[in-house]
Design a protein around this ligand. Sequence first.
Ligand SMILES: NC(=O)c1ccc[n+]([C@@H]2O[C@H](COP(=O)([O-])OP(=O)(O)OC[C@H]3O[C@@H](n4cnc5c(N)ncnc54)[C@H](O)[C@@H]3O)[C@@H](O)[C@H]2O)c1
Length: 388
Amino acid sequence: MKELRVGMIGYGFMGKAHSNAYRKVNNFFPGLKIRPVLAALCARNPQKAEEFAGTWCYESIESHWEKLVERDDIDLIDIGCPNHLHKDIAIAAAKAGKWVVCEKPLAMDSAEAEEMTKAVEDAGVPNMVWFNYRRVPAIALARQLVDEGRVGKPYHYRATYLQDWTIAEDVPQGGATLWRLDVDVAGSGVTGDLLAHSIDTAMWLNGPITRVVAETETFVTERVHQETGKVQAVGIDDACMFLARFANGAMGTFESTRYARGRKNYNTFELNGADGSVRFDLEDPQYLDFFEYMQQQSGKKVEDHLTGWRKVHVTNFEHPYMDRWWVPGCTIGYEHTFINALADFLEAAADGKSTQPDFRNAWQTQKVCDAVLASAKNGQWTDTGVEL
Ligand SMILES: NC(=O)c1ccc[n+]([C@@H]2O[C@H](COP(=O)([O-])OP(=O)(O)OC[C@H]3O[C@@H](n4cnc5c(N)ncnc54)[C@H](O)[C@@H]3O)[C@@H](O)[C@H]2O)c1
């Protein structure tokens, strides 16, 4: 088995999720030809980096990503730090011939995403963006049902991504974990942070989004910056709603906010087609709801008083990824989606193939985000320019 020496950048939320995936992936996907080795953890604060490296058994630490990227003993760079750093790290890593995996959103904007895509493609290195929700078994099952033609001609796609953690006006912006509220570091607010997930899932299930019209709002316009201590204008979108048209003719609505009291990570979608509908809610992630339109079953007319939605508990061996985990009825959770994603990436890369979403694919999502933000400014329907 080939060793893949990982250089992980960032020890925050995603640093932990990815480190866990590297450590577990071969246990649950024993057929993989590649074994990740936790070679180096990179973060600016050496003491914190040392602590994290000790907990997760990294062999070494680095305080500067530039040094990590230059190291001959590193094969793969994993970018798990704030968005404004993604581009420079990814391009340097690709130029150094490293495999590159990057957190979402791929970049601050579509222009950056394009540069990054060209860099990994010119270097010919395996690459992936961690849109992990595609690897939730229930969402992968939704895709399977679409592929099997059970939804039929699609008419409507409806997505929400709601949270409630920035309602208080005294939440500062900037710095550790709150960098998401600082536009210079995050690029945008809920559009890049949350809707990027919804857009990725939507285009995976229902094809390219061609046009959008959007509204955004910033409810709290000034916040103290954690690093400067000064009150500064807030440049991110706190909430965003947009209408979308898909290349297949379907209509879409998307809504995201961090001001929906009681909603913590309410990531939902529903797709309605001529032959059926699928519905998912990340706060209830073991289930996929499916409505199948049937007039006849086993040669008999379906009795109208017995039609209805099916709530499929997605834990059978026959369900996507579930033959890798526990016995039917036993659930998996959030962290497993990263392990599933990593397994797909390693399996494809071992055979010189790419896995989705790669940088090119995530660049398309970035184009939609850009079009949404542009439309919110100009008030017009805006073409996304997504590859068809
Ligand atoms: N796939 C998902 O569902 C998901 C979930 C959360 C975050 N993300 C993405 O992951 C990335 C990181 O988010 P997070 O929630 O882990 O953030 P976080 O704030 O928890 O952690 C960020 C880490 O980056 C490190 N860092 C900052 N500047 C650095 C530098 N110059 N060099 C090295 N390290 C540096 C910080 O020390 C910290 O360890 C973001 O792009 C975010 O959008 C994706």
